[in-house]
Design a protein around this ligand. Sequence first.
Ligand code: F6R
Length: 609
Amino acid sequence: MCGIVGYIGEKNAAEILVAGLEKLEYRGYDSAGIAVYDGASLSVRKELGRLKNLEEALSKSPLTGNAGIGHTRWATHGMPSTKNSHPHTSMDGKFAVVHNGIIENYGELREALTNKGCVFTSETDTEVIPHLIDYHYENNGGDFLRAVKSAIVSLTGSFAIGILCKDFPDTLIAVRKDSPLIVGLGKGENFIASDIPAILSETRDVLFLDDGEIAVITKDGVSITALDGNPVIRDVHRVTFNENAAQKGGFEHFMIKEIHEQPKAVADTLRGRLSLSAPVKFDGIEPEILKDIDKIHIIACGSAYHAGLVGKTAIERLAKIPVSVELSSEYRYNNPLTDSKTLVIAISQSGETADTLAGMRLAKSLGARVLAITNVVGSTVAREASGVFYTYAGPEISVASTKAYATQLVAIYLFAVFAAEVLGRTSPEELYTIKSELLNIPELIKQTISTEAEIAALSKKIYKETDMYYLGRGLDYAVAMEGSLKLKEISYIHSETYAGGELKHGPIALIEDKTVVLAISCDKDLCGKMESNIKEVITRGAFVVLLANDATKPMHAEFSEVITVPETLPLLTPLSAVAALQLLAYYVAKNLGYDIDKPRNLAKSVTVE
Ligand code: F6R
């Protein structure tokens, strides 16, 4: 996820921008840049990699001036590179722009602007913005604000934008839609930022912009208007928390912050790909990728593997193609029956997992087409695949995956619908129902997260246990595996997962008085059978925590505790259920006082085999 900072005042803008960008480093980024009005023009410096690269460039060739904008980039459209990093400028350098979010219709805008003679220098979606503003500026008699307004009404997607114009060196314009942006208030100086920490050492007085609002900022004042031109009066908010807490958005750990970010991460991943009126757009992946394919192999590790298990059910049910899911580390040594009629889907948050990469390379050598689902633009997995679909979870900082896993689920559901549409294997009516419900998923995840206080209370009853068992059937089994992995990773409590029907084939011997069993029962077609499994463990004295929804809860007569998640289509239940299990693992670990974001023995990116 990118970061924005902007300054207008009397101090050295470059210093303030770089200091602000440093405060955003925790978010993760691949390049950084600033633009400063130097008294004559807008000068830009940008560098690939760490902020220190930008600092070194600035120390060799400083930028002086009292107004500027800065950006740390987490690539979405276009590889991490200097030319793709922000700020982006109009052709004559009159406008400089920093942008967070995604411009969905950038392809059409780019084509239209190119036809008008614009020359693009980057692969980004962002670059359309300065060109578009410039175009309207020329056609609006040099009115900066009008040009910005005219440009943004043509943008679809999400954006937080900071804009400077060489002809108006005393003005900084900021616009927000679906991507956070604040204005910081100082004396004789003002700021913009995507995140509070970027400006917290300069001011604690901030204005929060709402969607569709434009702020015109000078060193002496701020005026906010809605898109229709109506003035907006906004109360000043005084920030009371410290910088460390601010980086975590006021949350105690990145993990809980990232759990809360899931509705947005999922919405971002759906945006521009899924609509009710058109087939799913699977980014640059053409329907030809499915031509003559007779099977799919999904390879992944850890949480990504668990997303793959859900993918198997979704793809087989909707696209009716046989799917096998293998741990990348096993796939490699199993002499896989992969050939030119196989589509291999590699799922990896980091895009750098050594086993998944090796599995991909093997698949390619066997003649397969390889599709990657990853969260990191320009990662090795992305570069080596024949096609890539990006999840837009933003950087995940906590070692235990939460929002990245949720977006992997979304990606794989979208692929299942995409394949079903291409192959015509599921009725349009059924696909319409699934698509409508997918659009509703961010809201359902919000509802699940709203049970946080109850889950925290429940965690107090079980956190001292040494063993826990997760049970589920069908997709609930896949989700149970993910819940159990989360618990193990951050609470170090031994936990295992069993398919409900397998209990009687051995594991039930482990159940004794007060053994904690998490029974996941969200599929109304399977909850009758789950009820039998729950009874089997209750009879042996288990303390059963039931995770169910309004459709399945009535099917269960006895349990010790219940977590209720919103009901959704049986095929999509992992998306509404998993946040509850993430929260449970989080609160259990928190009660135990562990280092939740950096659990022992674990690394965020596993680049060794
Ligand atoms: C679990 C977790 C790991 C990763 C696994 C794969 O919370 O984070 O199990 O899912 O190491 O990593 P990626 O997705 O980067 O390939």
